[in-house]
Design a binder for this molecule. Structure first.
Ligand SMILES: Nc1nc2c(ncn2[C@@H]2O[C@H](COP(=O)(O)OP(=O)(O)OP(=O)(O)O)[C@@H](O)[C@H]2O)c(=O)[nH]1
Ligand SMILES: [Mg+2]
Length: 542
């Protein structure tokens, strides 16, 4: 093995690239903030909702609207070192209306942390995201959060995960009480107690290390009390005899999820979780192309764009494409080929991100998320590689379910509006459609959830100076249409059916109800009605 390949292998081996997923409000951004504390990336944790006594916002919810609403809207990319590892963490939005962003992010990771609110259990959006992870064969580690509040019985919570999600649970830590009676967690692997100290004053600061003892230690009983101790012993016995066993192979194949308990906001149980997680999670994994797999240890640099975001920094107003490096080593100034355009480009300004904050870097390795300064040449799903012949599976864009016609409130801002809509469409924040008879007048926006419209309205105003309002259209589903004998007039049946084109010129038929779609399919057997397309690639693929 050459020196260069040894170096590559060592760098790849210490990388961990993962997403945090869950239903809204389970605490993903709060947990992310605590992980950044441990990584030394920040020194004081901020809070999601700006309370009077909270001194700062979280790092990860950087967007103005996120801070106003106290929810995540877009995935944040955060990189930090921890205990010899190089961590690439993606904090995703839980809200269904922003789920496309989360789906794209899941294409870029090798593992996921699934957060469960211990009072609420398995919620609908968790189920959807879990299914995507399963489809992509992403191993999952579970963190049961908010133990400081009265929650469900831990055995019931695990039972619910097994029943609803169909994945066996293996608790690594086990809680002692919950809510006002929460005493700490017992680490079944290390056989130690982490006792929970309720105390004033550690808002945002790192909590001092907790006391550790063996389960048979008399101190153990006195620390948590005789009653809690008896319950714990019974539960541990039950888990030892009837619980699921853990083995890493099964976990990596998605066949069992290790479970941790804690409280993100109180920074309790977070560090033992992080340490174990980094041991358990796989190092960067290969990715598929049409002709086979690309191994991270291949010396040829390659990667794909999974996210684009403009105007992250109001001072720069530039556009960043986020690339997951699949193989090899990246060095600044490298020339790469984009097979979609057939053009080469020089990657002169590679960036590493901590949410909104950026650092120019000289090199990066397979597994890393790289921010690329982009003048508008890249699209979501683009592959970039040092040589020809590497094109990764694309990232599909799904057909929208809500449609609004844009009403421009200030005609003098037509140019800004057009620029903004093009950009937001390329980010995948919304889809933009045009009526070919009306050219660029009155574009129609399509979304998978109505909150997207609010975000677009806000961003057009604050980032492009364009004021708009909407007229809601009566359609509930849409399909891209392809095939022999396509004719727009076939789909001109107001108000129940209409035909528009997307910004890449592909025709899209809009239907008022599934019944109208079925009728169109029946009446046009030679046409294909497609629910998902690849941006930037001529043919619909799904
Ligand atoms: N009591 C308690 N509250 C918590 C805990 N962790 C997070 N929270 C609160 O739960 C709320 C939601 O937290 P976030 O971190 O924004 O949740 P999220 O999963 O990132 O939400 P979205 O990104 O909008 O999907 C906030 O008010 C947090 O302060 C915890 O351990 N205990
Ligand atoms: Mg969040």
């Amino acid at each position: 093995m050459s020196e260069a390949s040894r170096h590559l292998a060592a760098e790849v081996a210490r990388r961990r690239t993962f997403a945090i997923i869950s239903h809204p409000d389970a605490g993903k951004t709060t947990l992310t903030e605590k992980l950044l504390l441990y990584g030394g990336a920040i020194h004081l944790a901020g809070s999601v909702k700006m309370r009077r006594n909270a001194s700062r916002h979280t790092t990860s919810d950087w967007m103005e609207l996120e801070r106003q609403r106290g929810i995540s809207i877009t995935t944040s990319v955060l990189q930090f070192p921890y205990a010899g590892h190089h961590v690439n963490l993606l904090d995703t939005p839980g809200h269904n209306d922003f789920s496309e962003d989360t789906y794209r992010t899941l294409a870029a990771v090798d593992a996921a942390v699934m957060l469960i609110d211990s009072a609420k259990g398995v919620e609908p959006q968790t189920i959807k995201l879990f299914e995507v992870c399963r489809m992509r064969r992403i191993p999952i580690v579970t963190f049961m959060n908010k133990l400081d509040r009265a929650g469900q019985d831990p055995l019931d919570l695990m039972d619910e995960i097994e029943r609803v999600l169909g994945i066996p649970c293996h608790p690594v830590t086990w809680p002692i009480g919950s809510g006002p009676d929460f005493r700490g967690v017992y680490d079944r692997w290390a056989k130690t107690l982490l006792s929970y100290e309720r105390g004033p004053g550690h808002r945002g600061e790192r909590v001092a290390p907790v006391e550790v003892a063996s389960v048979d230690d008399p101190d153990f009983v006195s620390t948590i009390g005789a009653k809690a101790h008896t319950t714990l012993r019974d539960e541990l016995d039950l888990l030892a005899t009837a619980g699921n066993r853990f083995d890493r192979e099964t976990f990596l194949a998605g066949g069992v999820t290790p479970v941790f308990f804690g409280s993100a906001i109180n920074d309790f149980g977070v560090e033992p979780f992080l340490k174990r997680f980094l041991d358990l999670a796989p190092a960067p994994l290969p990715r598929k192309t049409a002709t086979g797999e690309v191994d991270p240890l291949s010396p040829t640099f390659s990667g794909f764009v999974f996210k684009i975001q403009a105007n992250m920094d109001p001072a720069h107003r530039d556009r960043i494409a986020f690339l997951r490096i699949v193989s090899g080593k990246f060095t600044r100034g490298m020339e790469v080929l984009n097979p979609r355009t057939g053009r080469t480009m020089k990657l002169a300004k590679p960036l590493q991100f901590l949410a909104q904050e950026r650092t120019l870097i000289e090199e990066a390795w397979a597994g890393d998320i790289l921010g690329l300064w982009d003048a508008g040449n890249l699209r979501i799903g683009d592959s970039l590689a040092e040589g020809p012949g590497i094109e990764f599976d694309g990232i599909p864009r799904f057909s929208p379910e809500f449609f609004n016609r844009v009403v421009m409130l200030d005609p003098a801002k037509r140019k800004q509006l057009k620029k903004g809509l093009n950009q937001l469409s390329e980010e995948g924040a919304v889809q933009v459609f045009l009526d070919p008879d009306r050219l660029e007048r009155d574009p129609v926006l399509g979304a998978v959830g109505v909150l997207q419209f609010e975000v677009i309205q806000h961003r057009l105003r604050s980032e492009y100076g364009a004021e708009i309002s909407y007229v809601r259209l009566p359609f509930t589903l849409a399909r891209w249409v392809e095939g022999e004998g396509f004719d727009r007039t076939l789909f001109d049946d107001p108000p129940s059916v209409a035909c528009l084109v997307d910004l890449e010129g592909r025709p899209l038929a809009l239907f008022q109800s599934p019944w109208h779609l079925e009728r169109a399919e029946r009446e046009n057997p030679s046409l294909r009605f497609i629910a998902a397309v690849q941006p930037g690639r001529a043919k619909a693929t799904a």
